[in-house]
Design a protein around this ligand. Structure first.
Ligand SMILES: Cc1ncc(COP(=O)(O)O)c(C=O)c1O
Length: 463
C-alpha cells in the first residue's frame, strides 16, 4: 500500500463534494451506468489514479491490469499530458469544427505520420463508435455499395451501426440494427470454426470462408470489410500469418474497402503505432480512439486513404460532429504522441510482450492446469481458462452471467483482494496494463495473477 490521502484534493474554482459517502450516494442516486442492471452494481469510489495504479478511499491501491477500458495506454496522471490539457484550456478551450486550428492541424498531421503511407487525412470523432460509424459511411459512399462484413468475434462500439457491426452478444438486445451488415468467422486457431489443426490451415480456411460468403452475398454489393486488426475484448485474437494480407487481396480483387479497427489495438498497445504495421498491410481506413491520448479528453477518428479522400474532394461528405477535432482533445493527442516518442513507449510495450509478459504467461501455463491458451503481443495478452485442457471446455460458458460465471467472478475477486485490477471477459483474463508500466510492476501483477489462478485451478476436471 502506497501513502495516499484518502480524498482527492478539492478544487479551488468549483465546488464538488469529495467525501466517499457523498460520492457513493450521488452515484447510486444519479449516475446511470453502462451495460448494467442499475440495482445490481456497487461502483468502487476512486480517490486518486497515478501511473499504473489507482486508489480507493481506504488507501488500498490497485495495479491496473486493464488500463481502464484498455484505453489508458500512457497511464494515469501523466504530468506532461495533464499540463498540455491545462495549457490548451488557457489558449483556446473550444472552437467549432469548421475552422483551421493549430492543435487540430498538428494532431491530424502527427496521427497520419504514424499510419501506413497513403493514409494522410483524419476525420475526428469523440470516440471509437463514431469512428467506425463514419468509416462505414465513407466506404458506402465511396463504393456506392451497401453491405458491410464484420466478424462475429468483435466489438465496434455502442451506437446503432457500430453495435450492428459488433459480433459479440452486446449486439443482440439492440437488434434489428442497421440493414446490410453481415457477420463472418475470423481466424481463432485455439477454437477454430474450420476444424483447422495449424495456424497456416486456419488462415487458408478462414480466407476461403470469407471469400465464399462474399460470393453468395454478391461481391458487387459489398462496400467494406471491417475487422479489429487484433481482436480485443473478444479474445486477443492475433491474426495468423498471411490472414490480413489475404483479406487485403480479397478487398483488392472485388473493390471492397478494408477497414482496420485499431481503437483498442493502436497506439502502442500491440507494440507498434498501429497493430497492422506488424503485418505490413495497408488498409483503406483506420479507426482509432483510446490510446491516441489515453482518454484524458474524449477523441477518436478515421484515418483516410488518398483514394477515399478524393471521393469527397468535390462531393460533400455528409457527416459531422459539434466536437469534431475538439481543441482540448487534439492538444492532448499531440502531447501524447510527443511523449510516446520521447519516452519510447511503443518500444517499451513491444519489449513487455517479448521479454516479460509472453514468457511469464507461458511459464504460468505450465503450472496452472486451468490455462488452456496464452496469446498476445505488446501489452495486449489473453489467458484463456478452461475446465479441461483436453476438451478445451471453457471455465465458464460463452456469455455466462450470475452463478454460471462464478468461477471467473471468484478469480477476479481473488485478484482484487491482492491489489490487482484484472480485465475479465467470458472465460478469459486479459493482461492489458498501461503501456508505460514498469517491468517490476508487471512482474508484481503477474505474481498476483499466479496466486489468483489457483481459484480457477480448483474448477479443473480431469474427465
Ligand atoms: C475495437 C473497438 N472498436 C470500437 C470501440 C468503441 O469505442 P468507444 O467506446 O470509444 O465508442 C471499442 C471500445 O472498446 C473497441 O475496442
Amino acid at each position: 500500500m502506497t501513502d495516499v490521502t484518502t480524498e482527492p484534493a478539492a478544487p479551488t474554482t468549483f465546488r464538488v463534494p469529495t467525501d466517499q459517502a457523498t460520492v457513493r450516494a450521488n452515484d447510486r442516486q444519479h449516475v446511470f451506468h453502462s451495460w448494467s442492471a442499475q440495482g445490481a452494481i456497487t461502483p468502487l469510489p476512486i480517490a486518486r489514479a497515478q501511473g499504473s495504479r489507482f486508489w480507493d478511499y481506504d488507501g488500498k491501491d490497485y495495479l491496473d491490469f486493464s488500463s481502464g477500458l484498455v484505453h489508458a495506454n500512457i497511464g494515469y496522471g501523466h504530468p506532461k499530458l495533464v499540463a498540455a490539457v491545462q495549457e490548451q484550456a488557457g489558449r483556446m478551450a473550444t472552437i467549432a469544427p469548421g475552422y483551421a486550428v493549430d492543435v487540430r492541424s498538428e494532431a491530424a498531421r502527427l496521427i497520419a505520420s504514424k499510419a501506413p503511407d497513403g493514409l494522410e487525412m483524419v476525420f475526428f470523432t469523440n470516440g471509437g463508435a463514431e469512428a467506425t460509424e463514419n468509416a462505414i459511411r465513407m466506404a458506402r459512399l465511396h463504393t456506392g455499395r451497401h453491405k458491410v462484413f464484420a466478424a462475429y468475434r468483435s466489438y465496434h462500439g455502442a451506437t446503432a451501426g457500430a453495435l450492428t457491426m459488433t459480433g459479440d452478444p452486446r449486439r443482440i438486445p439492440s437488434e434489428p440494427g442497421l440493414p446490410g451488415i453481415i457477420h463472418f468467422w475470423g481466424p481463432y486457431p485455439y477454437r477454430s470454426a474450420f476444424h483447422s489443426t495449424s495456424p497456416e490451415q486456419e488462415t487458408e480456411r478462414a480466407l476461403g470462408h470469407l471469400r465464399d460468403m462474399i460470393m453468395v452475398e454478391g461481391p458487387a454489393a459489398v462496400a467494406a470489410i471491417i475487422l479489429e486488426t487484433v481482436v480485443g475484448t473478444n479474445g486477443v485474437l492475433v491474426p495468423p500469418p498471411g490472414y490480413l494480407a489475404g483479406v487485403r487481396a480479397i478487398c483488392d480483387e472485388f473493390g471492397i474497402v478494408m477497414i482496420a479497427d485499431e481503437v483498442m489495438a493502436g497506439f502502442a498497445r500491440c507494440g507498434e503505432w498501429f497493430a497492422i504495421q506488424h503485418w505490413g498491410v495497408t488498409p483503406d481506413l483506420i479507426t482509432f480512439a483510446k490510446g491516441v491520448n489515453s482518454g484524458y479528453v474524449p477523441i477518436g477518428g478515421v484515418i483516410i486513404s488518398e483514394a477515399i479522400a478524393a471521393t469527397f474532394r468535390d462531393r460533400v461528405y455528409p457527416g459531422g460532429l459539434t466536437y469534431s477535432g475538439h481543441p482540448l482533445a487534439c492538444a492532448s493527442a499531440v502531447a501524447s504522441i510527443q511523449i510516446f516518442e520521447e519516452e519510447g513507449i511503443v518500444e517499451h510495450a513491444r519489449m513487455l510482450g517479448t521479454d516479460v509478459i509472453g514468457p511469464a504467461l507461458t511459464e504460468l501455463a505450465q503450472r496452472h492446469p486451468s490455462i488452456g491458451d496464452v496469446r498476445g503481443l505488446g501489452a495486449m495478452w489473453a489467458v484463456e481458462l478452461v475446465r479441461n485442457r483436453e476438451t478445451r471446455e471453457p471455465l465458464v460458458p460463452y456469455n455466462a452471467t450470475g452463478a454460471a460465471a462464478a468461477p471467473m467472478t471468484e478469480f477476479a475477486a481473488a485478484c482484487k483482494a491482492r491489489g490487482l485490477w484484472p480485465f475479465v471477459h467470458f472465460n478469459r483474463t486479459h493482461v492489458v496494463p498501461p503501456c508505460t508500466t514498469s517491468v517490476e510492476e508487471v512482474r508484481e501483477g503477474l505474481a498476483i495473477l499466479d496466486e489468483a489462478l489457483t481459484v480457477a485451478d480448483g474448477y479443473v476436471t480431469t474427465d
